[in-house]
Design a protein around this ligand. Structure first.
Ligand SMILES: [Zn+2]
Ligand SMILES: [Zn+2]
Length: 193
C-alpha cells in the first residue's frame, strides 16, 4: 500500500455550479434561461469544450475522453484530485476491489436507480466513502448530473445497461484514484479518538 495516511481535510465547500473559468474550470449544467443552442456550454463563460455527442454515446471504451471532459467541470475536477479522506480510504481497504465493486453497484442502484430517487440532488454526501467521491467525479451522483452528462433521462428507472455503465465508470475512477487497492479485504484497525 502506498496510500499515505492523510491529515483530515478542510470541510469541503464545493458546489455543483461553482466555476473558476480563468483556471479553465467550468460548469456545464444549463441554466433555466439558457437558449437551446448554448446548452452544453459553460454557464458562466460560454466556453464550448465538450463533444457532447461523443460523451453521450456512453461508450466505456471511450471513457478516457469522457474523463477528460468531466475534469473540465469544477466539481468533477475537485473530486478527481482532492485527497480522499482517511475514513473513506479505510472503507475501501476493508472491502478490497472485489467487494468494493458490489458496494458500488448497490450504491448506484439505491442512489440513482429509481425513477425518482428521494432527495435527488442531495443524496450523495461529499466525504467518508470513496464511492461518493467517484459519483461526484463521474457525474453519477444524482439524476440531474446523470441527465446532462450521460444523456440518461430523468423520471425513468435506470436500465441494467445504464447501471452497468455507471459501475464501469466508478471502477475506472478507482483505477485512477486508488490504483494500489488490493483485490481482497485488508484488516484496518478502527480509528480511536
Ligand atoms: Zn467557464
Ligand atoms: Zn449530481
Amino acid at each position: 500500500m502506498t496510500m499515505a495516511p492523510l491529515k483530515k481535510p478542510e470541510p469541503l465547500k464545493i458546489s455543483c455550479t461553482m466555476t473558476d473559468c480563468d483556471n479553465d474550470l467550468h460548469c456545464f449544467k444549463a441554466t433555466q434561461k439558457m437558449p437551446t443552442v448554448d446548452r452544453g456550454k459553460c454557464r458562466a463563460c460560454n466556453a464550448d469544450l465538450v463533444d457532447w455527442s461523443r460523451v453521450h454515446m456512453r461508450a466505456i471504451g471511450d471513457a478516457a475522453y469522457t474523463f477528460e471532459a468531466l475534469k473540465r467541470e469544477t466539481i468533477r475536477h475537485h473530486f478527481f484530485h482532492v485527497p480522499i479522506d482517511q475514513k473513506a480510504i479505510n472503507y475501501a481497504r476493508r472491502k478490497g476491489r472485489k467487494k468494493l465493486k458490489e458496494a458500488i453497484r448497490a450504491r448506484i442502484e439505491k442512489s440513482i436507480g429509481p425513477a425518482v430517487p428521494s432527495w435527488d440532488g442531495r443524496q450523495t454526501p461529499m466525504k467518508d466513502n470513496p464511492i461518493f467521491y467517484g459519483q461526484h467525479a463521474t457525474a453519477t451522483c444524482c439524476r440531474t448530473c446523470l441527465a446532462y452528462w450521460h444523456a440518461i433521462p430523468k423520471g425513468e428507472r435506470l436500465t441494467h445497461g445504464q447501471i452497468d455503465y455507471c459501475v464501469d465508470l466508478l471502477e475506472l475512477f478507482f483505477d485512477e484514484r486508488m490504483p494500489d487497492l488490493s483485490e481482497d479485504p485488508v484488516h484496518v484497525p478502527r480509528n480511536r479518538k
